[in-house]
Write a protein that binds this ligand. Structure first.
Ligand code: TYD
Length: 211
C-alpha cells in the first residue's frame, strides 16, 4: 500500500499549523495512520538547520546559502521521514514543502525558478505531494495575525510587505499552473469553516486515490 502525501502552503499567519493539527486528529479518528511534520525541520538534523535559517543575527545570510540550507533540511526530511512513512502506507501532512522554496526564494527573492526546480528535484529525489492545499490569506491580515506571537517572529517574517505580497502572488500562480495537485482554500474564513473545507477536499482525494 502506498501512502498519501499532503502539503500545506500559504503566507505567514494563514493558520496552517492549526488546520494541520485538526485534520490529523480527524483522520486518526477515522483509523488512518497519520504523520504530522513541518519544514524547515522535521528531523533532528533538519531542526538544527532550521535554527540557522530562522535565527535573528543571521541577517548576513546570502540567498544561495538560504536556498541550499532549505534543500539540505528537505533532503534529510524526505529520506529519513516522509518516504519511509509513505512506504508504510501512512498519510503524511507536511507544514510547508518544496513549493515554499519556489514561492519565497523564487517569487519572493527573485531566484531562477528553473534553478530552484533542479535543486528541489535533487533534494526530494523527485518526490511530489499528491495534494497541496494553499491556505490563502491577504498579506496584511496574515502578518497582523502573526505579530502578537513575538517569540515566533523570525528572520523571514521580518521581510518587507512587498516581499510577502510577491510570495502570495507566486503561490497563486503555482496553484494555477498545476490545478490537479493544488486546491486554494480561503483562509480568511472562520477556523471551523476552513477546517470543514479542508476535510471535504482531503476525503474526496483519499477516496479517489483508493485502488
Ligand atoms: P515558520 O516559523 O515555520 O513559519 P510559518 O509558521 O509561516 O510556516 O518559518 C518558516 C519560514 O521559512 C517561513 O517564513 C517560510 C520560510 N521558508 C522558505 O523561505 N523556503 C522554504 O523552502 C521553506 C520550507 C520555508
Amino acid at each position: 500500500m502506498s501512502g498519501f502525501f499532503v502539503t500545506f502552503e500559504g503566507p505567514e499567519g494563514s493558520g496552517k499549523t492549526t488546520q494541520i493539527r485538526r485534520l490529523a486528529a480527524f483522520l486518526e479518528a477515522q483509523g488512518y495512520q497519520v504523520v504530522m511534520t513541518r519544514e524547515p525541520g522535521g528531523t533532528l538534523i533538519g531542526d538544527q538547520i532550521r535554527q540557522i535559517l530562522l535565527a535573528h543575527g543571521n541577517e548576513a545570510m546570502k540567498t544561495r546559502t538560504e536556498v541550499l540550507l532549505f534543500q539540505a533540511s528537505r533532503a534529510q526530511h524526505v529520506a529519513e521521514l516522509i518516504q519511509p512513512a509513505l512506504e508504510q502506507g501512512k498519510i503524511v501532512l507536511c507544514d510547508r514543502f518544496a513549493d515554499s522554496t519556489l514561492a519565497y526564494q523564487g517569487f519572493g527573492r527573485g531566484e531562477s525558478l528553473e534553478d530552484l526546480r533542479r535543486l528541489i528535484a535533487y533534494a526530494t529525489n523527485g518526490l511530489k505531494p499528491h495534494l497541496t492545499l494553499l491556505l490563502d490569506v491577504d498579506v496584511e491580515e496574515g502578518l497582523r495575525r502573526r505579530q502578537p506571537l513575538l517569540q515566533e517572529w523570525n528572520r523571514l517574517d521580518a521581510e518587507a510587505l512587498a516581499f510577502h505580497q510577491k510570495v502570495r502572488e507566486g503561490y497563486l500562480q503555482l496553484a494555477q499552473a498545476e490545478p490537479e495537485r493544488w486546491v486554494v482554500v480561503d483562509a480568511e474564513k472562520p477556523i471551523e469553516a476552513v477546517e470543514a473545507a479542508i476535510r471535504e477536499i482531503v476525503q474526496a482525494r483519499l477516496k479517489a486515490n483508493k485502488p
